[in-house]
Design a protein around this ligand. Sequence first.
Ligand code: NFS
Length: 626
Amino acid sequence: KVPSKQVSITPGVGKLVEKAEEDGVKTAWHRFLEQQPQCGFGLLGVCCRNCTMGPCRIDPFGAGPTKGVCGADADTIVARNIVRMIAAGAAGHSDHSRDVVHVFKGVAEGKFKDYKLTDVEKLKELAKILGVKTEGKSENEIALEVAHILEMEFGKQDEEPVRLLMGTAPSKRIKVWKKLGVLPRAIDREICLSMHRTHIGCDADPVSLLLHGVRTALADGWCGSMMATYLSDILFGTPKPIKSLANLGVLKEDMVNIIVHGHNPILSMKIAEIAQSEEMQKLAQQYGAKGINVAGMCCTGNEVLSRMGVQVAGNFLMQELAIITGAVEAVIVDYQCLMPSLVDVASCYHTKIITTEPKARIPGAIHIEFKPERADEIAKEIIKIAIENYKNRVPAKVYIPEHKMELVAGFSVEAILEALGGTLEPLINALKDGTIKGIVGIVGCNNPRVKQNYGHVTLAKELIKRDILVVGTGCWGIAAAMHGLLTPEAAEMAGPGLKAICEALGIPPCLHMGSCVDCSRILLVLSALANALDVDISDLPVAGSAPEWMSEKAVAIGTYFVASGVFTHLGVVPPVLGSQKVTKLLTDDIEDLLGGKFYVEPDPVKAAETIYNVIIEKRKKLKWPV
Ligand code: NFS
């Protein structure tokens, strides 16, 4: 049994964990308990499985072996392991991006009729960034040229840095990267090189390894993830402030409930759109339901929330709970952050798990491969499975917590600018005169090591109280939503300066900027601020945080934030403590090279205090009032 009252601060979660136990179902919290005590070598990062002379592990107390069979010491092993995490995270974001490029190109070629170029202004902006001339060309011609350049960003073989980074990062920052030799040349190349360097018998120098980790992370943030954001906006529209609701209470007792879960908007946008069609709604009524209710989960939830206002059922640790309500007809997934246990949990209820991507299959799930050339047709086919499953719902097993919270999402860079009246001036002035002390980006996951959403919500509240504007993405965005931080009324919780600004502009003190690939939007804000003030990002009174992170993607994001000059807080200790050298490099020395560094603090209240102090120091250096 897990102590249900201690697993989460989010209303409804504890109740569903108890229901799971009554129904004989295990959740991530139960499996986390079963894993205790976890492997100390793994936690410290000193276990190496990169060849079959091993696995080798280094004795952290120095009494046992200090080197692996090949001679690698703790510094080498820890650095190699963390670089592999960065590479996997960058691969996740960027391969998602590759799929969006594929659809974008197919649309430009007229092959994928079910999609269109929705935001042409943004297409032109991207063309300009990439140096594509637009005059006298049709939208499709521009899109094709853009698609060609973006494809090359993955696999080009020359030594030139990726163009998207060169076109969006501030020039002062680019100089820093150039001097260090970490300007990424191509996304796939840097990821591949991360794997090569960490192979047995290659790079053994922790400094050189970590610098390549930085290069790989930059290829993700300023290119791979950035591309996913730009193209998703062009295909589906750039988010604007939009109202919706969050938490499991968005599920409906008398409707066919469909959860879209994963990351890529290409399918989930279609499901959300087609579920609204008369044909599908009528079919649902024929099966005895009032209609179809689509709700999002994790980042694909953020994608459909930001652009269509689709309600969100919850963040990462709530995916199993949605099924445990007994009221979900289908969970439709693409890839990333899907627990394979969804199938086990679903087997105790009537829920169908539908996988759609060849690269993310789950044994026991129904697999319907998604193909953009038949998008509408496949979306319908999938929705029909959910509708037909409504009759199998067992009313006695249904429990939907009543909790749901209002929210406003959709704060793209464009939307923030519009709220500010078209220019950054008001924000810059508020920063300069100290009305707002700084800006902090909070991102990342849930992790059963942390009381669910306690880190996310507490840190955000502590920061806004200190007149720090909070922006963020991913599962943080959903946590903030479920706890009422994404409403204009939340300004009540902010300090007097931030409160006044929020009230004047009618915005929340915490701004939801999208999914995790949309951390690129945060980079663009930093870039615009640095350019406008003619300083480097590392001079700005800003910071980043991932209070409850767990995924390799989060490691990539944290690293590109640090590499971009941002002081970055982690609420969960990364597996590096087995090497004093690597730990010191990441939390101290790296600042001299890049202007940013990692700071680890599990207590969000203490973290807020430290972040505030860092921001005040930055303000003093800029000679701004504190
Ligand atoms: Ni980001 Fe988004 Fe959530 Fe973590 Fe997973 S959904 S891509 S990895 S768990 S924030």
